[in-house]
Design a protein around this ligand. Structure first.
Ligand code: NI
Ligand code: MN
Length: 227
């Protein structure tokens, strides 16, 4: 069964499996690239990679409206539980859990995770998600790290990697990440939202496809990839 993944700009994704809609880092309000408003989005589960406002975004409001469960690290789940009644499922780096839509393992990210009000948001992460036979990697915000090679050993179908530079990997390190992860297809994210992370993404696609064995799929906000 294929998985449809819609990019809403920045690091915001809507993943649709046969029976579930899963949002990743639902940053709609204030996201210049978002192609839909937060109050129109549906969700059964919401994955949050770290506490920064451009990732936790509208998670709590969407969960309150839809009844979705938020999956995040323990510290972020505690912060949410203290201020709302939404359902949370805490995980942490290296830990996986069989959710109804698939197996979700939280991965390493080298970054920060402070919450919008300055509260401690634990360690940032990413997610390696297995739906049926399909494996999808959402890196979150991170610099390059060698353990990406271990994630690559699991056999990744699609990897969603930041290439914007400044706050995360830039194009050069993201290319090295593709070498380590060896995904069937890579999708660049976390670029172009603001001038400080503008990148020439067509150029990056050329480099990926000439220097690695991976295909590169550039999405426009609102556009879908089927894995
Ligand atoms: Ni961040
Ligand atoms: Mn970010």
């Amino acid at each position: 069964m294929p998985v449809d993944i819609i990019w809403h700009g920045h690091s915001t994704f809507e993943m649709r499996t046969d029976n579930y809609t899963v949002l990743i880092d639902p940053f709609f309000t204030g996201n210049p690239l978002a192609s839909i408003a937060a109050n129109l989005v549906l969700a059964d589960y919401i994955l949050v990679t770290h506490g920064h406002g451009d990732h936790i975004g509208d998670a709590v409001e969407i969960a309150a409206r839809t009844g979705a469960t938020i999956i995040a690290n323990f510290e972020i789940c505690n912060w949410i539980a203290a201020k709302s009644k939404v359902k949370v499922h805490p995980q942490h780096i290296g830990g996986g859990f069989n959710h109804p839509f698939g197996y979700v393992k939280m991965t390493i990210a080298h970054h920060g995770s402070a919450l919008p009000d300055g509260s401690y948001g634990g360690n940032p992460g990413g997610y390696l998600i297995t739906v049926g036979k399909i494996k999808i990697y959402f890196a979150g915000d991170t610099g390059l790290f060698l353990s990406m090679q271990l994630y690559g050993d699991e056999g990744i179908d699609a990897a969603f990697l930041p290439i914007g530079d400044n706050f995360t990997m830039g194009p050069d390190d993201a290319l090295r990440a593709v070498h380590l992860l060896r995904p069937r297809v890579v999708v660049p994210i976390h670029f172009g939202t603001w001038p400080v992370i503008n990148q020439s993404v067509d150029e990056w696609k050329k480099r990926v496809e000439s220097e690695t064995g991976s295909a590169c799929n550039i999405l426009k906000p609102g556009q879908k990839i089927t894995i």
